[in-house]
Design a protein around this ligand. Structure first.
Ligand SMILES: NC(=O)c1ccc[n+]([C@@H]2O[C@H](COP(=O)([O-])OP(=O)(O)OC[C@H]3O[C@@H](n4cnc5c(N)ncnc54)[C@H](OP(=O)(O)O)[C@@H]3O)[C@@H](O)[C@H]2O)c1
Length: 263
């Protein structure tokens, strides 16, 4: 088999949460390009339908499933809909997540717990729901968690988000050990990437500051992340599990362009 064939996902079924736009959409399209059938999940019907249409346009099959990852019943329904339509689950990408910055002393207990639930618990629950079906239908599988550089180095002003992403990264390491050798579990620690979660907050000056603070001198594109995701969900990475791949333009400290809040 040619080495490049190990990046193919022919016949595989992938669930991608947050597939309506940004990194999730780019992952869905990348997987479709190499033959995966994609289950596109998020809350905005029109956006997931659009991603699903693009997947079909690329010659693969897709279904859009409305799902709020914060709702357990929606996660159960997402797994049921996947099995109903495609009869198997090979790949799960826990991509939906994110929490806006908020100074620690203004972060309420509720905000902190909501950030944890959205970024960590929802990924844990969906993994717990999907993995038994991976084992039953395919006998193996792959989970990919979309974490953040903010979970790797301290990012002042983002206590809830950073702490939650650090937990998501560590959960990845634990589950990688626990599910080996049948199910691989990896994460990407994503650096600042041009999506609707970031771009609306940037003007030319702030963007220039972030680029100057990034060794590779540019922000990430969604394709930068999707290419790493493709590696981690494909047989190309069959000897990689429990790892957090840093895709961040080389950053080792924060490139957030605002001064840290002071108390
Ligand atoms: N962009 C960055 O710089 C960056 C950096 C590090 C890590 N990340 C991580 O990358 C992931 C994707 O972020 P992004 O930048 O691509 O964001 P984005 O452009 O805002 O897209 C987020 C996607 O998630 C969906 N979503 C949001 N809340 C959801 C919910 N409760 N249930 C289901 N789907 C939901 C959104 O659709 P609906 O609103 O319609 O549901 C949308 O499809 C996040 O986990 C984020 O923390 C991003």
């Amino acid at each position: 088999m040619a080495l490049l064939d190990r990046f193919k996902l022919t016949g595989k079924v992938a669930i991608v949460t947050g597939a309506g736009r940004g990194i999730g959409r780019a992952c869905a399209l990348a997987f479709a390009e190499v033959g995966a059938k994609v289950v596109c999940a998020a809350r905005t019907e029109e956006q997931i339908q659009d991603t699903a249409n693009q997947v079909r346009h690329l010659g693969s099959d897709a279904v859009a499933v409305r799902c709020d990852v914060n709702e357990r019943a929606d996660l159960e329904q997402l797994v049921d809909a996947t099995l109903g339509r495609f009869g198997r689950i090979d790949i799960l990408v826990n991509n939906a997540g994110g929490t806006p910055p908020c100074e620690a002393l203004y972060t309420s207990e509720r905000m902190f717990e909501e950030a944890f639930h959205f970024n960590v618990t929802s990924a844990f629950l969906l993994t717990r729901l999907a993995v038994p079906h991976m084992l039953r239908t395919a006998g193996e599988g792959v989970v990919l968690n979309i974490s953040s550089a903010a979970g790797r180095f301290p990012l002042a002003g983002f206590v809830a988000y950073s702490t939650a992403k650090a937990a998501l990264s560590h959960m990845t390491r634990v589950l990688g050990q626990e599910f080996a050798p049948k199910v691989r579990v990896n994460a990407i620690a994503v650096g600042a990437t041009e999506t609707s979660a970031l771009v609306p907050f940037l003007n030319d000056e702030l963007r220039a500051k972030m680029e100057a603070l990034t060794p590779m001198r540019r922000l990430g594109s969604v394709e930068d992340i999707a290419l790493a995701a493709l590696y981690l969900v494909s047989p190309a990475s069959s000897w990689v599990t429990g790892k957090v791949l840093e895709v961040d333009g080389g950053t080792e400290t924060s490139n957030w362009p605002f001064p840290p809040p002071s108390i």
